[in-house]
Structures are given as C-alpha cells and as structure tokens.
Design a protein around this ligand. Structure first.
Ligand code: GRF
Length: 220
C-alpha cells in the first residue's frame, strides 16, 4: 500500500522529526517523510533530514513581507512534494486561519502537556507550579486557536519530587518521541477520524485495541 506522504515542519532542535524519520525507516510504517520544512535556516533539526536523505527546504519567514506570502510559499512546497499530511514538530510560527482551514484534519501538532491543560509556552514550569502529579504530551489536529483541536493521542508521565523544568521536560520529550510516531500512524492509516471535534479511533486500529489512547512507557 502506498505510504502517506507527510511533511514535517520544524523551527529548531528537531528531535520529534528524528523520531518520525526513525519510525518511517520501517517500510511497514504507513507514512513516509516526503519533505522537511524549516522556517529557520539555522534549525539544528535540518541535519536529521540530510542524514535520512529526505528533501529539506528553508522558508524563512523573515524574508517575507506578509504572513500570506510566507504561507503561499509553504503551500507551494507542500503541493510540489504532493504532501497529504502535515506534522508540526516544534514549528514556532502561528499559522493563519485560512492555512489551518486548508489543512483541516490533515495537519497535526505535538504539544508538551496533557491538553487542554497548559496551552502555550513554558508548560513544564507551569505544571510544576500547579503541583500536578501527572504531566505529559498530546498530539492533536490543528485548529485556528493555538494548542487546541481534536486530541488524537496522549502520553502521561509522572512528576517526581525533585523535578525541575529541565528534568521534567526531558522525561516528557522521551515520551513525545514514542507518542508522535504512533499518532501519525493512526492518522495515516485513517483509523483516527474526527467526529464532532473529537477523535474516534476505529476498533481495528492495531496495537491500540481501538480504545486506549495512552501510550505505555516500555521502560516502566
Ligand atoms: C517539543 O517539546 C514539542 O512538543 C513542542 O516543541 C518541542 C519541539 O522539540 N511543540 P523538537 O524540536 O522536536 O526537539
């Protein structure tokens, strides 16, 4: 079966991109990374695309007079690579409502909290300040409102006594790297469907039994 052509949009480190590329190395994985796009030429994550032999382009927002011009070039790049699904992975530009609408239910994002808690930045510090015992990460379909949209999959991690934002971030990030490939697989296999702004996972979804959206920690 043809693998779903996927673009990964990054702005920086690219560790989630690396996790997606690793998953897609398996020919049985339902998505292939057809394009990596960064809005920053200095994004460290671009090296993962080069190492994997995946086409990568830089579309530097600073070179565009308007967001519409910037997004027009992103769209052109996605079109020419025949991209079917867009994964935001640490992409730090807000996308316009019209771009989001165009990719509705075909664009997903990973956020380092258990949404709807802790939308926005500094999620780990805010989780510590709130005193939550369980923190985590979420993959969701993108909607115009930042860090909102139908939830595809979540992973929970414990907050341990003695954690600071850095240790907690590292634990969450390791979980993100397991979560994102699984969530993309659900979307690529079309077993995760948006119904009334919630995601239903079909019963035949492999590994997840159609119910559990919690990704277990294999080291636990
Ligand atoms: C991740 O924590 C992701 O959840 C958030 O931005 C960070 C990106 O990290 N959206 P990386 O570039 O994938 O290493």
């Amino acid at each position: 079966m043809a693998r779903v052509r996927t673009a990964v949009l990054i702005s920086g480190r690219g560790s989630n991109l690396s996790a997606l590329l690793a998953a897609a190395r398996d020919p049985a994985y339902p998505a292939e990374v057809a394009l990596v796009l960064s809005n920053r030429p200095e994004a460290a994550g671009l090296r993962f695309a080069a190492a994997a032999g995946v086409p990568a382009i830089v579309i530097d927002h600073r070179r565009y007079p308007t967001k519409a011009d910037f997004e027009a070039d992103i769209q052109a790049a996605l079109d020419s690579a025949k991209v079917e699904i867009v994964c935001l992975a640490g992409f730090m530009r807000l996308l316009s409502d019209s771009f989001v609408a165009r990719w509705r239910d075909r664009m997903i994002n990973i956020h380092p909290s258990l949404l709807p808690a802790f939308r926005g930045l500094d999620t780990h510090q805010r989780a510590l300040e709130a005193g939550v015992r369980i923190h985590g990460a979420t993959v969701h379909f993108v909607r115009p409102e930042v860090d909102s949209g139908p939830i595809i999959a979540q992973v929970a991690v414990p907050v341990l006594s003695g954690d600071d934002a850095e240790t907690l971030a590292a634990r969450v990030l390791a979980a993100e790297h397991r979560l994102y490939p699984q969530a993309l697989a659900l979307v690529a296999r079309k077993v995760a469907r948006v119904v009334g702004e919630r995601v239903l996972v079909d019963a035949e979804a492999p590994d997840l039994g159609g119910r559990s959206l919690l990704v277990p920690d294999p080291s636990a």
